[in-house]
Design a protein around this ligand. Structure first.
Ligand code: TYD
Ligand code: MG
Length: 469
């Protein structure tokens, strides 16, 4: 059989017949490498048997084996993001930049599961066994029965795992360091990573063990190289952090067995990753409440309410085309809110540079943040400091109407719990959510112009109290 070389993009896995400087599929530069086509995925099938095996089809409703219960690590922030524990036989990809704390989080989870009596195996392809041990010792986990090895050969790993009791959890740290004999490409290539992942996924499906693959992520947030692996696994979880701060956010990007809007918040300490059970307090603690341009948004991250500070800076522009820069929010939504403020509230923002930042390195995707963003923009433009005891939430429509959003009650309760006295909200059907929130004053606005008037009144109040004092 003729062996033909083909060229595979190491970023997205696209195959071309010629070498190119830039991948046509994903646009990455210098990402195309020559690989041996006859050794790639599916090559075996092409070479091998023509006749297939006949298998039995099953009905959708047929009860087969009762499904094993999910495995809870006991790290609540991790369990929530995984959708309520690990599903037996599933494969999870944990992505994150080097040094963010992936290995730390996983060794902590492994130790807790091993303590419950589960067989847990941690395979490190990057660190020596002693290094992993040293870290566990530092975390006070060295007495736990986690089985360790420093290995990179997938065949050797699978052969070893087939001995003894079936493992409940296998951690592969990282998938980029693994290589399999089933494909001939050089270690580290996309074909190797994909082949290794495939073998490990097959192992998980056939044995019912949960497999966690660690994947390194490049600066622009892609899981480096094995982006293809994302499609093969059951869940993709990313571990993120902001430079200079110790806060780490675990986020489900894809999950076949749970929701994808949950986040888990951790803090890196000298004793490993600590859970942050009250993230609102953490994100608001560094707040500079006395400055104009900041508004507190009562948001929801999955099932949990979270108070988030939104900062805006509106400044006169010296450029022909004013600058717009957004961190943690959607640029298009900012453009929309600006347009609505101009068209329906008569504010002049068009000739200003506008910066919007979500504090604490969080990313907000809820439309309910519109009202807080608008309040921060108005505050910065007019120089009126918003009262530090107010929260905002509501979606803004193109007509300037402020539309109700879901989960009013948990948002109000979270604000109350953290000592906020007032909430600026959309207008709602009477009684909804209000009755239970007696200790917080709710001002509802039905239109963006009402928000502008509300903020103007705040200036009046601030002026009066200044005179009084
Ligand atoms: P690590 O888990 O090795 O990151 P990854 O596997 O994602 O590359 O974490 C490494 C960083 O975490 C390193 O900079 C040191 C820091 N760290 C702590 O601050 N405290 C600790 O208890 C541990 C174990 C690590
Ligand atoms: Mg690591």
């Amino acid at each position: 059989m003729k062996t033909r070389a083909s060229f595979v993009c190491q970023n997205c896995g696209a195959v071309t017949q010629r070498w190119q400087g830039r991948c046509e599929s994903c646009g990455a530069w210098n990402s195309i490498l020559e690989e041996n086509a006859a050794s790639g995925i599916g090559a075996q099938a092409a070479r091998g048997a023509q006749k297939g095996r006949v298998f039995e089809l099953m009905g959708l409703g047929d009860a087969t084996t009762p499904s094993a219960p999910r495995m809870l690590t006991g790290i609540a922030e991790f369990d929530r993001v995984s959708g309520g524990g690990f599903v037996p036989g599933s494969v999870l990809l944990l992505g994150g930049e080097p040094g963010i704390g992936k290995s730390t989080l996983l060794i902590q989870a492994c130790a807790l599961l091993a303590k419950q009596g589960q067989r847990v195996v941690y395979i490190s392809g990057e660190e020596a066994v002693d290094q992993v041990r040293l870290r566990a010792e530092r975390l006070g986990l060295s007495k736990t029965p986690v089985e360790l090895a420093a290995e990179t050969s997938v065949e050797d790993i699978l052969a070893t795992l087939s001995h003894g009791r079936r493992p409940a959890l296998v951690v592969i740290d990282s998938i980029q360091t693994m290589w399999t004999q089933s494909v001939e490409s050089a270690p580290g290539t996309v074909t190797q990573v994909r082949g290794s992942a495939q073998a490990l996924i097959r192992f998980a499906k056939t044995t019912g063990a949960t497999v966690i693959l660690v994947g390194h992520v490049t600066k622009d947030g892609q899981i480096a190289g094995p982006r293809v692996v994302e499609h093969m696994v059951d869940a993709v979880i990313s571990f993120e952090g902001e430079g200079g701060r110790d806060v780490r956010i675990l986020r489900a990007v894809k999950n076949r067995f749970g929701p994808t809007d949950e986040i888990g918040v951790f803090e890196m300490t000298g004793k490993g990753l600590g859970e942050v059970t009250n993230p609102s307090a953490l994100f608001l603690s560094a707040r500079d409440a006395a400055a104009p341009g900041t508004a507190v948004f009562a948001g929801m991250e999955g099932t949990r309410p979270l108070l988030i500070e939104i900062q805006a800076l509106v400044a006169a522009s010296s450029l022909g085309t004013p600058r717009r820069a957004v961190v943690g929010w959607d640029t298009n939504r900012l453009a929309m809110v600006i347009a609505v403020l101009e068209a329906h509230a008569g504010l002049k923002l068009g000739q200003n540079d506008i910066y919007l930042n979500v504090a604490g390195g969080l990313r907000v995707s809820e439309p309910a943040a519109d009202l807080a963003a608008a309040a921060a923009l108005i505050s910065s433009l007019t120089g009126v400091t918003l009262p530090s005891t107010s929260v905002f939430f509501g979606e803004i429509g193109l007509s300037g109407a402020i539309r109700p959003v879901a989960h009013t009650l948990p948002r109000l309760k979270e604000a109350m719990k953290l000592g906020f006295a007032r909430a600026i909200t959309p207008q709602e059907a009477p009684g909804q959510g209000r009755s239970a929130a007696q200790t917080i004053e709710v001002s509802s606005c039905s239109h963006i112009s009402a928000l502008v008037a509300e903020i103007a009144r705040m200036r009046g109040r601030a002026g009066k109290s200044a005179q009084g004092g």
